[in-house]
Design a protein around this ligand. Structure first.
Ligand SMILES: *Cc1c(COP(=O)(O)O)cnc(C)c1O
Length: 375
């Protein structure tokens, strides 16, 4: 039997909700299920406004529009992240400026941010890797000193928090992903969290193709028209109906993932003690969501051998990311500030273990094979 790296979890209520959306006859966006999801997100995160989008990528593009970036403006971000973190800003003509990550959480190293700021810097993007919070207090303080926006790429961070504050709700804007590889899913899907109230009206306009349609439906204006830049970032009700089933189970899904995560963590403690690997680090002030269980092996050769051994045993593991600063597009469209030593090293040594609801009955075998592969 092959044990996959990921298997999308379904609660069993998704199709029932979709049937209801179908029966309601409202299939475009902003129907009953979209409102339930937006309301749940606002209540959970405390965001001033939550808006469902097609993806986290779409939500990031909205933040780039809201930031009113001009060609040549700079946005500081980690290089160790998914391409959308950078692409969204490059689409507006901005330049991603990559800084290195912390060796413990693999999040942007906040002590390197200030030196990367220039007269063109407009925003800092904090990516909460593996659902573990960046050092937000330090990042907010830097942004305040230099008049910069703080955008949280919380794609991996639904249900996680930093000093009790939900991730995605701390910066001016935050983005979430409901892609099937994340914890709470709708296939493709995402949300924009508008925390700074001044962006709320424009965010609605951007999402509705640059029109004031949302205000029109609330009776605030008597006709709707093109008022600003925008695009179609609004998912249909079928997606929202699916997502609502997941949101209702979000607490339980997170708890079950945390149990799987803890099991890995305990079993790999001894191997860490004998220097064969390094386990994830969760700072005391962060509460994570078990988005990912990764191991850091000593070097590239050992990671390759480890993954091949597991593959031969029918256990699929994956690694990521090709650092953005060294990718073909990243070299052309962005620039690195500093030597990126940690980023490069981690990208060669990190391996992600299978983590999905239903793995419970196979996890012992995965762990046993992994420990054997470590030698
Ligand atoms: C998954 C992910 C994204 C993209 O999310 P989509 O919903 O697939 O667009 C962006 N940033 C990070 C850090 C991610 O992990």
């Amino acid at each position: 039997m092959t044990i996959p790296f990921n298997k999308p979890y379904m609660t069993g209520k998704e199709l029932w909700n979709i049937a209801q959306a179908h029966a309601n006859g409202h299939l475009a966006g902003d129907g009953r299920f979209t409102k339930l999801c937006d309301g749940w997100l606002e209540q959970r995160t405390g965001a001033h406004k939550a808006l469902l989008t097609h993806s986290c990528t779409a939500a990031l593009e909205m933040t780039a529009l809201l930031a009113n970036l001009q060609p040549g403006d700079e946005v500081i971000m980690p290089s160790y992240t998914f391409v959308s973190t950078a692409n969204a800003f490059v689409l507006r003509g901005a330049v991603p400026v990559f800084v290195d990550i912390r060796p413990d959480t693999l999040n942007i190293d906040e002590t390197l941010i200030e030196a990367a700021i220039t007269g063109r810097t407009r925003a800092i993007v904090a990516v909460h890797y593996a659902g573990v919070g960046c050092e937000m207090d330090a990042i907010l303080a830097i942004a305040a000193r230099h008049g910069l926006l703080v955008i949280e790429d919380a794609a991996q961070a639904m249900m996680a928090s930093y000093k009790g504050r939900p991730l995605g709700s701390i910066g001016d804007l935050g983005t979430l992903s409901f892609h099937e590889t994340k914890n709470i899913i709708s296939g493709e899907g995402g949300a924009l969290l508008v925390n700074a109230e001044r962006f709320a009206e424009q965010a609605e306009i951007i999402r509705e193709k640059g029109t004031n349609r949302s205000q029109f439906f609330r009776g605030q204006v008597d006709k709707y028209t093109w008022v600003d830049l925008g695009s179609s970032y609004l998912p249909g009700e079928i997606i929202a109906a699916f997502l609502w089933a997941q949101m209702e189970e979000a607490e339980r899904i997170t708890r079950q993932r945390l149990t799987l995560w803890e099991t890995y963590h305990q079993w790999f403690a001894e191997a860490e003690g004998s220097g064969k690997l390094r386990r994830p680090v969760i700072p005391r002030h962060c509460s994570h969501n078990a988005h990912m269980y990764y191991l850091l092996l000593p070097d590239l050769a050992q990671r390759t051998a480890f993954m091949e051994r597991l593959e031969a045993a029918g256990i699929h593991t994956v690694f990521h990311y090709v650092p953005l600063h060294s990718s073909p597009a990243g070299q052309r469209l962005g620039r690195a500030h500093g030597d990126m030593q940690v980023t490069v090293s981690v990208s060669e040594r990190l391996v992600r273990m299978p983590l999905w609801l239903g793995l419970e009955s196979h996890q012992a075998e995965v762990i046993q094979q992994a420990l054997a592969a470590l030698g």
